[in-house]
Design a protein around this ligand. Sequence first.
Ligand SMILES: *[C@@H]1O[C@H](CO)[C@@H](O)[C@H](O)[C@H]1NC(C)=O
Ligand SMILES: *[C@@H]1O[C@H](CO)[C@@H](O)[C@H](O)[C@H]1NC(C)=O
Ligand SMILES: *[C@@H]1O[C@H](CO)[C@@H](O)[C@H](O)[C@H]1NC(C)=O
Ligand SMILES: *[C@@H]1O[C@H](CO)[C@@H](O)[C@H](O)[C@H]1NC(C)=O
Ligand SMILES: *[C@@H]1O[C@H](CO)[C@@H](O)[C@H](O)[C@H]1NC(C)=O
Ligand SMILES: *[C@@H]1O[C@H](CO)[C@@H](O)[C@H](O)[C@H]1NC(C)=O
Ligand SMILES: *[C@@H]1O[C@H](CO)[C@@H](O)[C@H](O)[C@H]1NC(C)=O
Ligand SMILES: *[C@@H]1O[C@H](CO)[C@@H](O)[C@H](O)[C@H]1NC(C)=O
Ligand SMILES: *[C@@H]1O[C@H](CO)[C@@H](O)[C@H](O)[C@H]1NC(C)=O
Ligand SMILES: *[C@@H]1O[C@H](CO)[C@@H](O)[C@H](O)[C@H]1NC(C)=O
Length: 449
Amino acid sequence: MRLSTLLSFTTLGSLAAAQGFGNSTIFPLSTDSQFSFSLQVVLAQSDGYGSNPSEVLTAAANITASDFESYYEAFNYLGTRIYNISQQINSTKFAVSAREALFRSASYFRASVTYLYGNVTDPRLYSLWDQQATAFDAAIALLPVPGYRVNITGPGFSVPIIFYPASNDGVERPTALAGTGYDGSQEDLLHTLGFEILSRGYNFVTYEGPGQPTPRRDQQLGFIPQWENVVTPVVDYLVSHPKVDADAMALVGVSFGGQLAPIVAAHEHRFAAVLLYDGLWSIFEQLEVEWPSQLIELYNNSQVQEFDEAVLAVAANASYPTDFRWFIQQGLWSFKTSSPYNLLQQLSQYTLTTELLQNITCPVFVGMGLDDASSVSAPQVAEAIGDKATLFRFVSDIGAGEHCQVGAESYLASVTMDWFQGVLDDRNAARFAGNFTSVPSIKGRARGL
Ligand SMILES: *[C@@H]1O[C@H](CO)[C@@H](O)[C@H](O)[C@H]1NC(C)=O
Ligand SMILES: *[C@@H]1O[C@H](CO)[C@@H](O)[C@H](O)[C@H]1NC(C)=O
Ligand SMILES: *[C@@H]1O[C@H](CO)[C@@H](O)[C@H](O)[C@H]1NC(C)=O
Ligand SMILES: *[C@@H]1O[C@H](CO)[C@@H](O)[C@H](O)[C@H]1NC(C)=O
Ligand SMILES: *[C@@H]1O[C@H](CO)[C@@H](O)[C@H](O)[C@H]1NC(C)=O
Ligand SMILES: *[C@@H]1O[C@H](CO)[C@@H](O)[C@H](O)[C@H]1NC(C)=O
Ligand SMILES: *[C@@H]1O[C@H](CO)[C@@H](O)[C@H](O)[C@H]1NC(C)=O
Ligand SMILES: *[C@@H]1O[C@H](CO)[C@@H](O)[C@H](O)[C@H]1NC(C)=O
Ligand SMILES: *[C@@H]1O[C@H](CO)[C@@H](O)[C@H](O)[C@H]1NC(C)=O
Ligand SMILES: *[C@@H]1O[C@H](CO)[C@@H](O)[C@H](O)[C@H]1NC(C)=O
């Protein structure tokens, strides 16, 4: 079927908004709303040493709307340039300077790959990721309390994690285990959440499962719906870790991770709390409502070939909105399929149910970004969880309404981590009948490392 008979530019324009990135109240960094959002994501990492605003804004000025190669070029240039600067620094003598340059270089290499997934044989998907990992690993080794990678053995696959201890002391501490979603990386999470969490005295741990950047590359694995199989082996590792207070672990799910974390928590009951940035019932059901009805009819009627041809033609055509093209290209890569029909079928397997959510036994923080159309289902998630859920609306007047609260990292951390401490305090109050002693604070590990 010819695409033009199926879709109009206007319906795809509203589709872009429906995917959550079109309604932003933030000053745009590109006329391309998807580029604007992904530039905000890189800019936001400046909260935690992952970028500098003027570097990102310089790249933004060189990026042309809809031109995926221009996005690559601007960030590859920055990644290389800042990496070169890092290599001129004696990292023994000037550890802070070397570390900061390495972190920013790594972020820019990651950013440079964002729009290259349309061609899964493009060798840059691998080479740029290696460059970011080299820079990032050198940087975390230079932290005052170094972070380190571990591969956890899961059922039929390996789960790469990064452990960032809050301190060098021998105290068991509360620990946040964070995982992201459809496209993010565990490295990004250090800059958006990690330093905020570490500075509050909690250990920070990130993981990636099948479909996510490192397992997708190293093990050639796409996403799997049994996400508890990814996280439970990590929990097994954490509960016996000498620095982890096994009674004070939080699971954090970011973006599509906000749909994955409840799946985990329904089966894995060792978390003291679960936090969703934001609550997400079903990407699939959202697409069903928001995508042009002609397209969904093809899907509903199992017209696989017609559906795939139509979607692939749009994904390959630069005159259509980047939002949609990116969603398809990224999804085909992460779910390891060449068929958009199959992508939707896979996505439908993650839809939450009330029965599942009622199996969660701990308190759950359910975020909702009021500028983010993809978090419209957050109240539905909170309602199905019931009394254990706290629904929190992140508002736009202070710029906190974006998808995952991008750009409002300080506020996000204060709201969520203070809530988490409250959960621990309540539990300890109940357990020790007033004998709670708080975790010793860590001096010198505040925001300025
Ligand atoms: C921006 O583009 C100009 C012109 O192509 C180029 O000379 C310059 O190096 C680019 N700067 C960055 C930071 O990519
Ligand atoms: C980085 O350094 C390499 C090796 O010295 C050099 O070839 C390259 O031009 C430099 N790139 C930038 C963007 O500075
Ligand atoms: C780097 O700094 C250390 C500590 O000051 C010094 O011992 C070492 O010689 C320096 N290395 C280079 C290559 O200058
Ligand atoms: C995909 O990348 C490979 C390797 O760079 C290249 O040979 C091929 O032409 C590319 N395909 C498309 C459709 O651009
Ligand atoms: C984890 O496994 C990958 C291969 O899948 C390997 O390249 C990497 O070095 C391993 N990392 C650690 C910390 O063992
Ligand atoms: C597709 O199927 C779903 C589930 O049966 C239904 O809710 C939806 O209305 C259908 N959409 C279209 C456009 O036919
Ligand atoms: C891309 O889409 C535009 C707008 O629908 C259309 O005019 C053009 O022919 C398409 N290009 C290709 C290569 O299909
Ligand atoms: C919820 O837990 C009950 C009891 O353990 C179990 O039988 C049921 O299968 C679980 N439901 C889901 C959807 O996981
Ligand atoms: C986004 O804007 C559209 C059109 O103005 C509106 O219908 C929709 O409710 C908005 N979405 C959100 C999440 O504010
Ligand atoms: C609380 O502290 C008091 C005084 O130190 C002690 O006697 C009591 O056993 C403690 N209770 C619990 C439950 O730890």
